[in-house]
Structure formats: structure tokens, C-alpha cells
Design a protein around this ligand. Sequence first.
Ligand code: EPU
Length: 341
Amino acid sequence: MLNRNSDLDIKHNYSLEKLNTFGLDVASEFFYIVKSLKDLRNVLLENKRKKITVLGGGSNILFTKFLDGLCLKIDLKGIDIIEENKNNVVINVMAGENWHDFVQWSVNNGFGGIENLSLIPGLVGAAPIQNIGAYGVELKDVFISCNTVNIKDQTEKEFDEKSCLFGYRTSRFKTIDKNNYIITSIKIRLTKEKHKYNISYGPVKEEIGNRELNLESISNTVIKIRKSKLPDTKLLGNCGSFFKNPVINESKYIELKKKFPSISAFKVQKNQYKVSAAWLIEFLKYKGKSIGNVGVYKNQALVLVNLGGATGKEVLSLANKITSAVYSTFKINLQPEVEIL
Ligand code: EPU
């Protein structure tokens, strides 16, 4: 038998301050913690008319106003090895597991493929939404599929790697199927031996120096680099990179390179260059700058920070200032990487 709403522990006017890494004091009209798939189906069925917002670790979301409708905090747990051979393991991870704890679990078990993704904040279920990536590795490199529940009709559906339409910080769940599905678990393939270590990213190569290459040394190096560049969300509210690195075509790149010879950009494909948004922002002297309760982090210009007591609107207003300044100087439209609600 299905639960009625009265049996579900739905909170009213619930503060999300501790559930978003910007540390913004916003409330949700209704709030519910999902502990099982059955719970999830029930709560969706009983609240069909409400707007549903899914919250993972709250590490990629900017709340700018009171959240109408029902906010679901996904707390589905479990890590299972579902297939294993001499070279690989296939692991099913529930969406509510903490991403970094899962990476550490993999490294400690000698499973390779996600060590470069150490210390990325957030939960496993959010990882496919924006195809998380860092230091030359993206989730899609190890991804097999994810299980989902359809918000409208509660049916379950599995999407394989191809149908997730992964790109740089994007997927179908951020585009054509935005707000249609809730990711409940992911399946990934990791290596047991013959690990393919990726130290292509300059700072990782430099930092690791002559140390032996293994899963631990790479993970520890990535953790060290991230800690030096990105503020600890417990000490200074932030959401990691606020903007995506813009991709421009070759003629635009040549034009910019002429005007701004020190511009930081990397060729990603034929006729496509990814420009460092942090460089653009730093060039415009925003790095380390603060306006009221918000600022641009002193060690990484892509990171906006809550200096204490900020509102989402203040963060957004700083983001808009930066976007306009970047546009007027470089004629480049910066796109936010975080979800703005
Ligand atoms: N740079 C500056 N000023 C700065 C910081 C960086 O000019 O303040 C320039 C430098 O030229 C540097 C280059 O930007 O060499 C790249 O900087 P960094 O290694 O810090 O990487 P990023 O492009 O700024 C991206 C991701 C990060 C990820 C790192 C490492 C995006 C939007 N961000 O940042 O992801 O950790 O690469 O792979 O792609 C996140 O998504 O939240 C995130 C932190």
C-alpha cells in the first residue's frame, strides 16, 4: 500500500542553509529526505502537482530566493561490486553516497580510473548531471550507465553512456531532460590492474615530481592541489568554479591572442579553443576583490565566495558584473557552471 503524505515526514518551511555549500540562508516550502526507492516513488506520486527540486550535496547550486514546492534530499546509500574479472570491476553506487568518499574507497581497494576526481564536492547522483571533471579526467571516461526515476510517472529507466549525451560539464540531464529524471544510482567500470594513470595536467605532473605513480600518490597530489586553490566550503561558502571555461573558434582565438598575448587558452578540438575563464576574470582585476558580503577567491578567480551572511542575490549580482565586464572587454559570454535557482 502506498503511503499518504501524512505518513511521509515532509517538513514545511525548512532551512537549507546547512545543505548548500554557499551557506545561503534560504528555505524550502516543503522538504523531504529520500532514504529508499520506494520512498522516492511514494513521495513523487503523492506530490504530483508540486514543483520538485532535487538536492544532492548542494555544492553546485545558487539559491537566489525562497524555494517553492518540494525539495528532495537524496540519501540513497550503497556501494556494490556487481561484476569482476582479472582486469576490471563494475561498481554500482547509489546516488546519495558522497563522491569523494567513494573515490577514496576505490583508491583504497586498488580500483583505478577516478583518482584524478578526488575531493570534488557533492554526491554521486549529481556527478552525471554535469559530467564532473578535473585534471584531465571526466566521469564519462569510466561511466557505464545510470538508473533514474521519472519525476512525472515514477517509472524507472536506465541511460547508458551514449544516451546521457555527455559533454564538457553537461549531459541530457542539464539540457533536453532537465528536471525530468532523478538519478538513483550509477554504474562505472574501474581498473584492477594496468591502471592508466593520467598526469597530463601540468600542475599534477609538477607536483608529483619523481614520486612513484600509483593511485594513492595521484589522489594525494590532486587533493593537495585542490586544497591550495579551492577554498574549504566549511570555512568559506562557495560552489567551486562558478563559470564554465568558454569555448571559442580559431579566428576568435587568433583575434584575442593578438590583443591579449598572455591569454590562457587550450586547443580542445579542430577549430575549438577553451579559454581559461579564471584568466579573463583575473585580467579584469576581479581576483581577490570583495563587494559587500561576496567576493572572488584570492587563489582562484573562477570561484565566488560568501564572505559571511551573503544572500544569493548578492552572489548573482557579482556574477553578473563579472559577466558584463568579460563581455565588454573580450566579447565572450561567460556561462555559469552552477545551477541558479
Ligand atoms: N588561471 C588564472 N587565474 C586564476 C586561476 C587560473 O589565470 O586565478 C589560469 C591559468 O592559466 C591556469 C588555468 O587558468 O593555468 C587553469 O586553471 P586551473 O587549473 O585552476 O583550472 P580551471 O580551468 O580554472 C577547471 C575546472 C575545475 C577543475 C580544474 C582542474 C571548470 C569550470 N573548472 O578549472 O573544476 O578542478 O579545471 O581540472 O572547468 C569545478 O568544476 O567546480 C571545478 C573546480
